[in-house]
Design a protein around this ligand. Structure first.
Ligand code: NAI
Length: 416
């Protein structure tokens, strides 16, 4: 298989091996997947910035990063031959997505790989807090014996309210129900209920009768301080709050007050409005040293399995893009799923989404005398992406014409 990129300089890459650089100690599963696809993979343990980053961007076809490497607009523009970016994590805010789209570079991530890890932690925390284990554990470590059933409850038969019934929220519901909990959820979108979960019409309705309230919403202006003093006041006395979503969702001083006044029975908080940047920075929270409160350092999704899944998932998306031009799962790009390459050649063309772009491409193909076997077009904002299967490889003349066309951002050819 060969590929040519238009622009910039290289017409064909027949003698080239496709190369990938993986930064930030990305899980070995990614290397294995890329190796299997025939790529030459280089690994680095840390993040890169500045000149070092530019150097690796300029000398590789694919880059894999996690959250500590920032790909800014000028970094992206400095690497005209870069084919794709893999974010081996959930978030993609470390990449200037607009600049990547403008350069014709799809960016992939792994939105579901740690869903199960978060869900397991949440359900187990609910059990721990219903049994007041944090308190009893602290006392036992301090040499005190707090045997007793008072204030300890089974999860079975209790109601869990899930706020945000997306990937994680719905998984929490499935696990909670398997332990005999009643599941009610609130979401701004209509969602398919799993099992016997019941949708509530409002946040207030969802939390009103809940023994455990767990939050799984994104950070948006609407979810900012969504759980404030007023909402906390509408919780059942003794209810438990779990937040493993985003730190901005809970008004922490209001939560601390509700815990101190024993209006709530406990809380498990994994995410905070301000989190230390590294493991060496201090962590301070008003919730420290409150009874029956579990504080964890944003580890909801941090498991070996999740890292392994992330490695495989993002690497598979990069390989799929490389081999077929498929962009399903790209966070910044028109999504096209052309399937495996069966025709002799496939032309991948990124263009400015303006009237006449597709006609211009097809005219150039017709002038080259190449026949179109199939064509898939998608647009997103100002970008159009069209994948065209051809009955033969384009001529050098066609490649030159594609490169010269001002409305085209870039083109690549994959040969069978
Ligand atoms: P998702 O996008 O699949 O689900 C979010 C759900 O919240 C959607 O169904 C959406 O419609 C709903 N929603 C949005 N605004 C809402 C509102 N105002 N009220 C009610 N529902 C609303 O997201 P996913 O993957 O389930 O992640 C949920 C959260 O968990 C995100 O904030 C994510 O950043 C966080 N997360 C935390 C991790 C950790 O380590 N603690 C790991 C992974 C994700």
């Amino acid at each position: 298989m060969t590929a040519c990129i238009v622009p910039p300089s290289r017409l064909t890459r027949e003698d080239d091996v496709t190369t990938a650089i993986l930064l930030e100690n990305i899980h070995q599963s990614a290397t294995t997947r890329l190796d299997e696809a025939g790529l030459k993979v280089e690994r680095r343990t840390g993040a890169l910035a500045g000149t070092e980053l530019r150097e690796v961007l300029a000398s590789h076809d694919l880059i894999g990063i996690r959250s500590a490497t920032h790909l800014r607009a000028d970094d992206i523009r400095s690497a005209p031959e870069l084919l794709s970016i893999g974010c081996f994590c959930i978030g993609t805010s470390q990449v200037d997505l607009e600049a990547a789209t403008a350069a014709g570079i799809p960016v992939f991530n792994a939105p579901f790989s740690n869903t199960r890890s978060v869900a397991e932690l949440v359900v187990s925390e609910a059990v721990m807090l219903l049994r007041r284990i944090p308190e009893k554990n602290a006392l036992a470590h301090a040499g005190k014996w707090a045997k007793g059933a008072s204030g300890s409850f089974e999860a079975r038969g209790k109601t869990i309210a899930i706020v945000g019934y997306g990937n994680i929220g719905s998984q929490v519901g499935v696990l909670a129900e398997s332990m005999g909990m009643r599941v009610v959820y609130y979401d701004v979108l209509a969602r398919l209920s799993h099992g016997s979960a019941r949708a509530a019409g409002s946040l207030e309705e969802a939390v009103a009768h809940a023994d455990v309230v767990t939050l799984h919403v994104p950070a948006t202006p609407r979810t900012r301080n969504m759980i404030d003093a007023g909402v906390l006041a509408s919780f059942r006395p003794g209810a438990i709050l779990i937040n493993a979503s985003r730190g901005s969702v809970v008004d922490i001083p209001a939560l601390a007050a509700a815990l101190r006044e024993k209006r709530l029975g406990g809380a498990a908080i994994d995410v905070f409005p301000e989190e230390p940047k590294t493991n060496h920075d201090p962590f301070v929270s008003e919730l420290q040293n409150l009874p029956n409160v579990l504080l964890t350092p944003h580890v909801g999704g941090s498991t070996e399995e999740a890292q392994e899944n992330i490695g495989t998932e993002v690497a598979a998306k990069l390989v799929n893009f490389l081999n077929t031009g498929g962009t399903v799962g790209a966070v910044n790009f028109p999504e096209v799923d052309p399937g495996p390459l069966l025709a002799p050649a496939r032309l991948l063309n990124v263009h400015n989404n303006a009237p006449g772009a597709l006609a211009a491409l097809n005219t150039l193909l017709a002038q080259d005398g190449v026949n179109i076997n199939g064509q898939h077009l998608q647009t997103r904002g100002s970008t159009g992406y069209v994948v065209t299967d051809l009955d033969r490889a384009p001529s050098e003349g066609l490649v030159a014409a594609l490169r010269a066309h001002t409305g085209f951002v870039r083109s690549r050819v994959v040969l069978k």
